[in-house]
Ligand binder design. Structure first.
Ligand code: HEC
Ligand code: HEC
Ligand code: HEC
Length: 394
């Protein structure tokens, strides 16, 4: 009998290891386990300590145990805690719980998370620890004020609207980084009351670097690596030229290593998009008082890996039936490069025909300077065996 049970156990184990549920995946992307697990403790059973300037607080047990955990939370209770920072009994949660970021999560993702917590996370009876904050300071009502002052604007699951909706990859990247990924919790500077100074890319402060528990989480607005290197870093904690240490290691082991290929593309694409915003701003005023060029345009190869390789591939070959190859492509190698320039500048779209969906290429006219556009044009005209002559950009 015991053996049969063990055999069934193994089968179940193999089954669950094979396919993570949607909710389990979202829990990884949101890294709930990082905070809700004590060192050596049962996952999600709480107890991890968060030092604050006024005393220590402890993350709570969020397993489905009905007395110690959140087993009695309805979906609405859960949604309120995760997106609005309000516990079932109505008290405001300390902002160590990154609900201002989770506020951006879609209903669908919150539902998936709820199902995962109620049905897949093993219950634990571990009791919650009281905070060490003196009782007067621990009164939670000031947190409602905090919410009111700083967080209300980003609440109500605002869809991410400040990015070009047409660019699905960029939108997905923004959603993951600004929402569930809560990367700003460490990489965005905090103000006097510990609120993050910005929660999305519409502000220049967002992800501009911050010190946290003796570690500096650097600015993610001018990452100087190729998209492939960045992906390696978030997948493995190391890349050809870089390696990760400190609190970011945990983010990688518990969260970003599990990203699907598409989500990894989206996050890296979104993060590197900050570079061209900086570049575009610089391009607007490229000449110093003495007439020298203060802004050095990015070279074609780097631009290609930032903006094009996700879809067209490092080898320029694209993807069968979705993204065209640029190798030995007539439009690319044409004597007159006008079409090539127009495609990059204005974007393009495959026609939608019966039974075939249409694929879009984004427009780059607002993200690259003229010189940069020219650099990338010359890069694709001169790579992978394409032998077209350089365009002078005149
Ligand atoms: C950066 C750390 C951090 C992360 C990440 C985090 N939490 Fe929390 N969470 C906390 C802390 C700390 C508390 C307790 C706050 C308090 O007591 O005021 C908390 C409280 C909660 C509560 C209220 C529980 C109760 O006992 O009433 C819920 C529910 C919750 N978290 C769910 C989640 C879920 C789901 C995720 C992932 C989507 C998550 N948390 C990710 C730190 C975190
Ligand atoms: C718990 C705090 C924390 C969170 C959350 C966090 N980071 Fe980090 N991150 C750091 C620290 C600290 C470093 C610096 C350590 C190092 O580079 O070795 C860092 C470094 C990085 C680097 C390397 C930067 C460079 O130029 O070398 C990247 C890229 C990065 N983080 C991306 C992210 C992304 C994407 C997210 C959200 C999914 C995220 N981080 C969430 C703390 C954090
Ligand atoms: C989000 C995916 C995506 C990105 C990023 C992307 N493209 Fe495209 N590209 C496409 C798709 C899809 C098409 C096909 C559009 C069509 O059929 O009109 C295309 C078409 C092209 C074409 C026309 C090829 C032909 O034979 O008609 C060129 C040239 C091109 N892209 C170059 C680039 C360059 C250079 C970059 C970077 C600056 C880039 N693309 C970025 C998806 C992308």
């Amino acid at each position: 009998m015991k053996q049969i049970l063990m055999a069934i156990g193994c089968l179940l184990y193999v089954g669950s290891a094979a396919a993570a549920s949607e909710g389990e995946y979202m829990a990884k992307v949101s890294d709930c386990v990082a905070c809700h697990t004590a060192e050596g403790g049962q996952p999600m059973a709480g107890g991890k300590k968060f030092p604050t300037p006024v005393g220590d607080i402890y993350a709570t047990n969020i397993t489905p145990d009905k007395t110690s955990g959140i087993g009695n939370y309805s979906y609405d209770d859960f949604e309120k805690a995760v997106r609005q920072g309000i516990a079932k009994d109505g008290h405001a949660l300390y902002p160590a719980m990154p609900y201002p970021s989770y506020a951006k999560m879609t209903d669908k993702d919150i539902h998936a998370l709820y199902d995962y917590f109620m049905h897949e996370v093993p219950a634990s009876a571990a009791k919650n620890k009281e905070s060490d904050i003196p009782w007067l300071l621990s009164a939670r009502w000031p947190l409602h004020v905090w919410n009111w002052l700083f967080v209300d604007e980003v609440q109500a699951a605002k869809p991410v609207t400040h990015v070009d909706k047409n660019d699905a990859l960029l939108a997905r990247g923004a959603y993951l980084v600004e929402g569930p990924g809560h990367c700003g919790a460490c990489h965005t500077p905090r103000g006097v009351t510990m609120q993050e100074k910005a929660y999305d890319a519409s502000s220049d402060i967002y992800l501009s670097g911050a010190t946290i528990d003796g570690w500096y989480a650097p600015s993610l607005r001018n990452i100087s690596m190729s998209q492939d290197e960045l992906k390696d870093l978030l997948r493995m904690g190391r890349s050809q030229h870089n390696a990760i240490s400190g609190p970011m290691s945990e983010v990688i082991t518990q969260s970003t290593q599990y990203l699907t290929d598409n989500d990894m593309d989206a996050i890296s694409f979104y993060l590197l998009s900050f570079n061209h915003k900086v570049a575009a701003a610089a391009a607007a005023t490229p000449v110093a008082a003495d007439g020298s060029l203060t802004y050095k345009p990015t070279d074609g190869k780097t631009l290609y890996s930032m903006y094009c390789s996700t879809c067209h591939g490092d080898d320029g070959k694209g993807k069968d039936f979705t993204v065209p190859t640029l190798v030995n492509n007539a439009l690319v190698t044409a004597k007159d490069p006008s079409s090539l320039i127009s495609v990059i500048s204005q974007g393009a779209e495959t026609p939608q025909t019966h039974g075939n969906i249409s694929f879009k290429m984004p427009a780059y006219k607002n993200v690259m300077s003229k010189e940069e556009m020219n650099n990338v044009v010359n890069y694709v005209r001169g790579s992978w065996g394409n032998n077209a002559e350089n365009n002078t950009g005149k």
